[in-house]
Design a protein around this ligand. Structure first.
Ligand code: NAP
Length: 248
């Protein structure tokens, strides 16, 4: 049986999914570097993880659109944790596509958050793990990245890029001992989906359990819940002349 990650970096640590994953490791005494932009929310996460039994917790407050912060984030992780067992990249936004349809700047801004910043940080930490010769990198993408749709193509395109990038990282750093997991959740009940009607919504617990299991088993790509693998397989087969007419 593989050991529980003891030294964990979480990017986007105030995310509902990320905090649920963190809670599962906190009860086993893991230590954390938590990175997020909202200091108050971050302190709430820290308090909750401490209550659950976490070891040492450090925080780094940063708006992740500011790429000049990344070297300092990596340095803080290495300084605070020493060896890193797990890095979880979880931040993201789900913008209203109908607004982005007429606002290219906002669409590109969302690409910065959902694609560029996540790929950049994942790559930087893959290099750290490769230098160590071990460690897991788990990146939350989405089923939305499997095919562009009119209702969320900016988000979907960003997640498609992130999925492709993590595939590349997985192959590149495999021989250096780095495990890369790409997580593709379907809709999950979190602040991101608040007030939205989406099919097959699940709780964060379902997704957090799946992520922890996949990290332990060193899986490469997971759909969670798994039914989404089948749904997206079928959806990818539909010809564009049909999908271009779909409203969702
Ligand atoms: N919920 C779903 O249905 C679903 C489905 C598939 C994939 N996902 C993915 O799962 C991941 C976690 O999302 P969630 O569902 O847990 O939603 P969430 O609770 O809304 O978490 C999103 C997190 O991203 C952070 N964030 C956004 N922009 C940021 C920025 N510029 N700098 C720093 N932090 C930033 C938010 O911080 P603030 O609180 O400060 O805004 C928040 O902590 C995301 O990558 C999302 O795309 C979610």
């Amino acid at each position: 049986m593989r050991s529980v990650p003891q030294h964990i970096v979480i990017i986007g640590a105030t995310s509902a999914i990320a905090s649920a994953v963190a809670a599962r490791y906190a009860v086993q005494g893991s230590s954390f570097l938590l990175v997020a932009r909202d200091e108050q929310k971050l302190q709430n996460v820290v308090a909750s993880l401490r209550e659950q039994g976490a070891g040492a917790i450090s925080v780094f407050v940063a708006d992740l659109r500011a790429r000049d912060q990344y070297p300092a984030i990596v340095r803080a992780a290495v300084t605070q944790l020493g060896q890193i067992d797990l890095v979880l990249v979880a931040h993201g936004t789900l913008p209203d596509q109908t607004m982005l349809d007429r606002d290219v700047d906002a669409a590109m801004e969302s690409m910065l958050t959902n694609a560029l910043s996540a790929m950049d940080l994942a790559h930087r930490f893959a290099l750290v793990l490769a230098d160590q010769g071990r460690g897991s990198l788990a990146v939350i993408s989405s089923v939305a990245g499997d095919r562009g749709r009119r209702s969320n193509y900016a988000y979907g395109a960003a997640k498609a890029a992130l999925t492709a990038y993590t595939s590349g990282l997985r192959g590149t750093f495999r021989e250096a001992g780095v495990h890369v997991l790409t997580v593709k959740p379907g809709p999950v009940t979190t602040p991101m989906t608040l007030g939205k009607k989406m099919p097959l919504m699940v709780s964060v617990d379902v997704v957090a359990d799946a992520i922890v299991r996949a990290i332990t088993k060193r899986r490469q790509v997971i759909y969670t819940p798994t039914i989404w693998r089948l749904i997206m397989f079928a959806y990818r087969l539909l010809p564009e002349r049909i999908t271009m007419r779909l409203k969702f």
